[in-house]
Design a binder for this molecule. Structure first.
Ligand SMILES: Cc1cc2nc3c(=O)[nH]c(=O)nc-3n(C[C@H](O)[C@H](O)[C@H](O)COP(=O)(O)O)c2cc1C
Length: 369
């Protein structure tokens, strides 16, 4: 760590006056970031009464969901009694997600937030997937009794927390609650808590990460979605904010130098080993069928799991390398004894400290008119 800090300072000194950037203009930028965080991660302030305004608010809650690389690869079509969630193909990530699996999982995450929010606003949402025409998720809304669930309350608190956790185990009751929240129609979640099982998953994470790190298109795509500084993350409102991943918040040119110096397979693998060994467990989401409808359902299950975890004070973060590297996936499935099914997502969970938040794009950029 101290070597790392020395190199950062050396690079800053090389640039002459970059340290001043960190102290001066960056303070204003940090202020803008804090304001954006407050405006993004909040519950409804002025209760909307007109249906279309309520639906717009439901979409705002939907956009607070997880999405792969924080691409926010969704578009929303709002009608009186219906909200459709469509994939935004311009936000595809062909290197990490060649078959659009993660894209449809992300739509499922947004769907679950929308359903939880609809319930809180006194609407029941019935979900269907239109695979014939538009590959869209359609949510038909009907009036019902308003229920403010703990999962709804957790929406603005949820985040992917990529730090080490504190090794505390999760109680049997809470594990059961997480398992129930993470299961759905044709999707279930394997809850792994034995240290030997966690070590086994780690082996696959290391193999997957090592493959991805030597894959130039993967690394370039990842770089393109990293937002290094406050100005960058606030102006784009998407992508992976380096502060959220425990890295320094610095301008892009400096961030890229750091990235090239420190983003090595060994450093990342060492980090993943510490992260897994400090976790209480790992959840693997498995669907019965490998199609878009089940990928959406997997996203709903993951998001419910994450909201339930948040409500219980439990953090979680993805480690999807074993399911992203297609050649590794069957071996991973076989190690988990689920040979004939696709392992969809891998997330570790445990107790830890919140990290700086990711941001979202303005609603007008995701609502179709
Ligand atoms: C399908 C899917 C795959 C993801 N894969 C990873 C992953 O492998 N590693 C990781 O750190 N985060 C992963 N994420 C988390 C996103 O990067 C995260 O949701 C996004 O940056 C927004 O941050 P937030 O969830 O904290 O709001 C994934 C999310 C989704 C929905």
């Amino acid at each position: 760590m101290s070597t790392r800090r020395q190199v950062v300072l050396a690079i800053a000194a090389m640039a002459g006056g970059t340290a001043a950037y960190a102290a001066g203009s960056s303070q204003r930028s940090a202020g803008r970031y804090d304001e954006a965080v407050r405006n993004t991660w909040r519950h409804t302030t002025d209760k909307p009464v007109v249906d279309l305004a309520v639906n717009r608010e439901l979409v705002r809650y939907a956009t607070l969901a997880a999405s792969s690389h924080n691409t926010q690869c969704w578009k929303f079509k709002i009608e009186d009694q219906r909200i459709s969630i469509l994939p935004d193909e311009s936000r595809r990530c062909p290197a990490v997600d060649p078959d659009n699996h993660h894209m449809f999982v992300s739509l499922g995450c947004a769907t679950e937030n929308l359903i939880q929010a609809a319930q809180a606003f006194g609407k029941h949402g019935a979900v269907s997937f239109d695979s014939a025409i538009s590959d869209s998720v359609n949510v038909t809304l009907e009036p019902s009794t308003a229920i403010v669930s703990p999962l709804f309350t957790a929406i603005p608190q949820r985040q992917c927390t990529r730090t080490e956790y504190d090794s505390r185990p999760v109680s049997a009751d809470d594990l059961k609650a997480l398992e129930a929240a993470g299961s759905g129609k044709g999707v279930h979640v394997l809850m792994l808590t034995e240290p030997a099982k966690l070590e086994q998953v780690l082996e696959y994470v290391v193999q997957g990460n090592t493959t991805q790190m030597s894959d130039r298109p993967f690394v370039e795509e990842l770089e393109a979605w990293i937002r290094f500084g406050y100005d960058e993350v606030v102006s784009k409102g998407d992508g992976l904010f380096s502060g959220s991943t425990g890295n320094p918040v610095i301008p892009r040119w400096l961030g890229m130098k750091m990235f090239n110096l420190f983003f090595t397979a060994k450093n990342e693998n060492d980090k993943y080993a510490k992260q897994i060994r400090s976790s209480a467990g790992i959840a693997v989401f498995v669907s019965e069928k490998n199609d878009k409808e089940h990928w959406v359902e997997t996203g709903r299950c993951y998001e419910r799991f994450a909201l339930q975890a948040t409500a219980l004070g439990i953090k979680n973060a993805f480690l999807n390398q074993p399911v992203e590297v297609a050649a590794l996936r069957p071996q991973f499935a076989s190690a988990l004894e689920i040979e004939y099914r696709r392992p969809d997502l891998v997330a570790r969970f445990g107790y830890g400290t919140e990290t700086p938040r990711s941001l979202r794009r303005p609603l007008d950029q995701v609502i179709l008119v």
